[in-house]
Ligand binder design. Structure first.
Ligand code: NAD
Ligand code: UDP
Length: 381
């Protein structure tokens, strides 16, 4: 049966230039596009590890997906690929907090400078752009600067795309270089739209998590690498080590299951008239926990999944300087206002934190526990 959009019209197949499509979000988007649509994906990335399972010639969608091993920093093929497609989705970024204050130049270049040609080629060739920004552009909440009694008032912590200010710490706190670079890119896209008619959608993900997020240090990533919190805590659980709570794990986050998130992106792809010209928060305001609560929940869920006593798993407080180095800072709270995405696309997330942790930790256990057991059983040198 032909797929129809939110206005009841058949969805024409489009070709999508997916930059950074070999990463966590891109891999899930490619899976969805291949299995449920007739859209075509031209994927650009420096690695195809997370999408190799989609690239075999024998698969039914083999003629609808192409992988181009390319670094967009220095490859003249970029403009041609953007030109040949109807839509560009830009996911390419350095987006791991451990990098923001240790590789600040790479962070700024990746999230701002390297995005400039992508935006320019889309404008000049009259191509639609869906660009991935971040909830982190809002920085800290107003509430974090106010006395305790004001912090309970949603007007001081709910983040609204068209209203909330963006509050960053000082330049020495290089954590904010990522947020600042992303925000500058958002502003450039908006300016290209205002002056030159660029058709854009900006996505602000709020801690999307699920299988294939980042890497497990020492298994499919460097053993001294520090991925995002889901993979850090998964690594600790798999190794039976304490889960490290940075600055006591006070910061709060809302977590969105990747499958729910991909539904939102699909609505944007398939409903350009409703998505163009908008910035969308994409998160799950009902799944809020502190990082400490997340750790405790992951311990309970993993104990069931791996059939080990929860009492054998624990947490450990570490300072942010010890964990991330000098110049780290943190977003205190991230609750997305959902008005714009509900109004334009009728999207709502449906997966609870318990459910998403259950399926994600089952995946982590099935994928990594054998490799880690083998590694741990080797005599140390
Ligand atoms: P990811 O790191 O898994 O994916 C990014 C991909 O971009 C990687 O595969 C990387 O190899 C590729 N890439 C980076 N620089 C490149 C270059 N110069 N040339 C070619 N490829 C390059 O991250 P993700 O979680 O999939 O995030 C995708 C986007 O969403 C990023 O822009 C990120 O800032 C944004 N985002 C994600 C989250 C989240 O919750 N996952 C939250 C906020 C923002
Ligand atoms: N964090 C933690 N322990 C870890 C990894 C991360 O306490 O092992 C904290 C981190 O300080 C932040 C939160 O978890 O407060 C989320 O971190 P993540 O790397 O997922 O990215 P962020 O949401 O900050 O962009």
């Amino acid at each position: 049966m032909a797929r129809v959009n939110l206005d009841g019209n058949p969805i024409p197949p489009v070709s999508i230039c997916m930059i950074g499509g070999g990463g966590f979000i891109g891999s899930h988007l490619c899976e969805k596009l291949m299995s449920e649509t007739s859209h075509k994906a031209i994927v650009i990335d420096v690695s195809s590890d997370k999408i190799n399972h989609l690239l075999h010639n024998s698969l039914p969608w083999a003629n609808r997906i192409e992988f181009h091993h390319m670094n967009i920093k220095n490859d003249s093929r970029l403009e041609t690929l953007i030109k040949t497609c109807d839509l560009t989705i830009n996911l390419a970024a350095i987006c791991t907090p451990a990098d923001y204050n240790t590789r600040p130049l790479d962070t700024i270049f990746s999230n701002f400078i390297d995005a400039i040609p992508v935006i320019k080629f889309c404008t000049e060739n009259n191509k639609r752009l869906i660009h991935f920004s971040t909830c982190e552009v809002f920085g800290k909440t107003i509430g974090s600067f106010l006395p305790e009694e004001y912090r309970k008032d949603p007007q001081y912590y709910v983040l609204k795309e068209d209203v909330s200010p963006c509050i960053f710490g000082p330049v020495e706190k290089q954590r904010w270089s990522y947020a600042c670079a992303k925000q500058m890119t958002d502003r450039l896209i908006y300016a290209e739209h205002a002056e030159n008619g660029l058709k854009f959608t900006i996505v602000r993900p709020y801690n999307w998590i699920g299988p294939r997020m980042d890497f497990i240090p020492g298994v499919d990533g460097p053993s001294d690498g520090v991925p995002r919190v889901l993979a850090c805590f998964s690594n600790n659980l798999l190794r039976g080590e304490p889960l490290k709570l940075v600055d006591s794990g006070h910061s709060q986050r809302t977590f969105l299951y990747i499958n729910d998130a991909i539904e939102a992106v699909m609505l944007m792809i398939d409903n350009p008239d409703r998505a163009n010209g908008h910035i969308f928060n994409v998160g799950n305001p009902d799944n809020e926990v502190s990082v400490k609560e997340l750790a405790e929940l992951m311990i309970q869920v993993y104990a069931k999944v791996a059939d080990v006593p929860a009492s054998s798993l624990s947490t450990l407080d570490v300072s942010s300087e010890e964990f991330y180095g000098k110049g780290y800072d943190d977003s205190d709270r991230r609750i997305p206002d959902m008005t714009i995405i509900t109004r334009q696309l009728g999207w709502k997330p449906s997966t609870s934190l318990d459910e998403l942790l259950d399926s994600t930790l089952q995946y982590q256990h099935q994928t990594y526990s054998h490799a880690i057991k083998t590694e741990l059983s080797k005599p140390s040198t």
